[in-house]
Design a protein around this ligand. Structure first.
Ligand code: FE
Ligand code: FE
Length: 212
């Protein structure tokens, strides 16, 4: 984390007189502490907003990627998992729009390079594996879980941050999505462990015996 200043007492020159939109500041704080917090909050609030734009773009992008993944999956269980998560993802977008509204900011998407990269990797699976194989399903599961882990990191961090910032309702909303991302991740793990990994393994053996 780049830190340009480490001295803590340099904020006294800020007058804080422009704080017409101070949030119900706790009266127990000394005014200088409140001012310091106000300054910190502005930077943090900006970061928070930018991070929301990033995950908003990511979720929207996923609504385009998930149907392709469903279409390329073979296991019915996996197809269903992708389809269900597509529906959930639409809900995640709605929730983010609620959050934007709650913080009084415009819902805006900012390109998430990470999600673009992760979905590109998922598309590489289409080239590197054969359609109709469990091997492709295995690869799709891993690609999807990388996506879920990205989202879990984003929502986990932002939900916790919202709590720290006193945005309890935002915390709850982001927490709901976080929970669904975790459940999706666990569901994908169990689909892989219970069925598809073994099928992919034996599929390899068949190929060795019978060729193609
Ligand atoms: Fe999501
Ligand atoms: Fe997700």
């Amino acid at each position: 984390m780049p830190q340009t200043k480490s001295k803590s007492k340099s904020t006294s020159s800020r007058s804080g007189s422009n704080n017409s939109r101070t949030k119900s500041a706790s009266s127990s704080k000394s005014s200088s502490a409140a001012q310091q917090q106000q300054g910190g909050n502005e930077m943090l609030e900006k970061f928070f907003y930018e991070a929301l734009k990033d995950i908003y773009w990511a979720e929207k992008h996923l609504t385009k990627a998930l149907p392709k993944m469903a279409k390329n999956a073979t296991s019915e269980q996996l197809v269903t998992a992708f389809e269900e998560h597509l529906e959930q993802t639409q809900g995640h977008i709605d929730r983010l729009e609620q959050v934007f509204e709650l913080i009084g900011k415009k819902a805006q998407a900012k390109k998430c390079e990470a999600m673009e990269g992760l979905t590109k990797e998922a598309e590489e699976v289409f080239e590197e594996t054969e359609k109709g194989t469990s091997t492709r399903d295995v690869a799709l599961i891993i690609a999807a879980q990388k996506v879920e882990h990205y989202e879990i990191a984003a929502y986990g961090g932002l939900a916790q941050l919202a709590k720290t910032m006193g945005l309890d309702e935002v915390h709850d909303i982001l927490g709901q999505t976080l929970q669904e991302e975790k459940e999706t991740d666990e569901n994908l793990t169990s689909i892989a462990e219970n069925d598809i990994n073994l099928q992919a393994e034996s599929e390899g053996e068949e190929d060795e015996d019978a060729g193609e």
